[in-house]
Design a protein around this ligand. Structure first.
Ligand SMILES: Nc1nc(=O)c2c([nH]1)NC[C@@H]1CN(c3ccc(C(=O)N[C@@H](CCC(=O)O)C(=O)O)cc3)C=[N+]21
Length: 293
């Protein structure tokens, strides 16, 4: 029995549809749409494409979505100045500085400078800390998207073994924190492993839920996966022939897993949907209300 597909493209579309009502309330009460600004430094083609997709999704959902394109030679001081300005702008609810940044810029200093209340990426230390102590404000969009993808397909993790392969600040660590929370998609027994872990195939083989975020194309083999496991693939790589693949050898894995997320069409679109959701939540909070009333 081949695995069922965790359809991120369709799920992201549903989420964007649901956000429309909240966007309308923001427009009504604040007299302006939710505002998201993405800052792109340099002209890395992959980054440019992602930012363009975000802009399209944002404007399509009734946001004011803007991309600030800065030259690759921009200094750290100049970028910090841009962040300062966006921090002060009333109409801006969310600020995203696309990573990675050029070598001359220390990304930690830039992230630290974003007002935590506008940090819709959830990368600021204050937001990471709030997530870690169970008082989330903005959680990182990719792991948040993974949780939402599972929830909306009826996959639960309570009491199960979850293995997160990858330890980045952006995906692996916040993913582990989200799966440790209470809740049906949560309450997991979480293992975090990475490229230096010994016995990776055995560790992965214990997983009822595997989240692969190592950043290596087709690193996880089908033979590693426990039959019936749920496999979420966070990786995205371009093959020499131009096609995309993830961190998991999809065809092999799909023969053993019960659910699997594809690349493309899995986690990527969910990341963008969560960015929009975080931005609407930011506008609501800055306006002094929440979606719950
Ligand atoms: N500050 C910051 N925040 C980010 O969230 C961030 C970032 N920097 N830097 C780059 C990564 C990458 N990222 C993706 C988002 C959507 C897709 C996506 O929608 N992918 C489509 C395919 C797109 C294609 O065809 O290439 C899919 O998987 O179906 C991919 C990658 C966000 N990132």
């Amino acid at each position: 029995m081949p695995a069922r597909i965790l359809d991120g493209k369709q799920t992201a579309r549903e989420i964007r549809g649901e956000l429309a009502a909240r966007v309308a309330v923001v427009r009504d009460r604040l007299g302006r749409p939710p505002g998201l600004v993405a800052v792109l430094v340099g002209d890395d083609p992959a980054s440019a494409l992602y930012v363009k997709n975000k802009e399209k999704a944002a404007t399509g959902a009734g946001f004011s979505g803007e991309v600030l394109r800065l030259p690759g030679t921009t200094s750290e001081a100049e970028l910090l100045g841009v962040v300062d300005r966006l921090n002060e702008e009333e109409r801006v609810d969310g600020i995203l500085v696309q990573l990675p940044l050029p070598k001359q810029i220390d990304s930690d200093r830039v992230i630290d400078r974003i007002r935590p209340e506008k940090d819709v990426d959830g990368f600021h230390p204050e937001n990471v800390g709030l997530l870690a102590i169970g008082r989330p404000r903005f959680a990182s969009c990719t792991p948040l998207g993974v949780v939402e993808l599972l929830r909306r397909h009826g996959v639960e993790t309570r009491g199960k073994r979850a293995v997160v392969l990858g330890r980045s600040n952006i995906v692996g660590k916040p993913m582990a924190l989200l799966l440790l929370r209470k809740g049906a998609v949560g309450d997991a027994t979480v293992t975090v492993c990475h490229s230096a872990s010994e016995g990776l195939p055995e560790i992965v083989g214990e997983a009822d839920l595997l989240v692969a975020a190592v950043g290596r194309p087709e690193f996880v083999k089908g033979s590693w996966i426990k039959p019936g496991a749920v496999v979420v693939d966070v990786g995205i790589h371009r093959r020499p022939d131009g096609s995309l693949c993830g961190d998991v050898a999809f065809d092999e894995a799909a023969e053993v897993a019960s659910w699997i997320s594809p690349v493309p069409g899995g986690v990527g679109p969910m990341t963008i949907a969560m960015l929009l959701a975080n931005t609407v939540a930011s506008a609501e909070r800055r306006g002094g209300w929440t979606a719950e009333g």
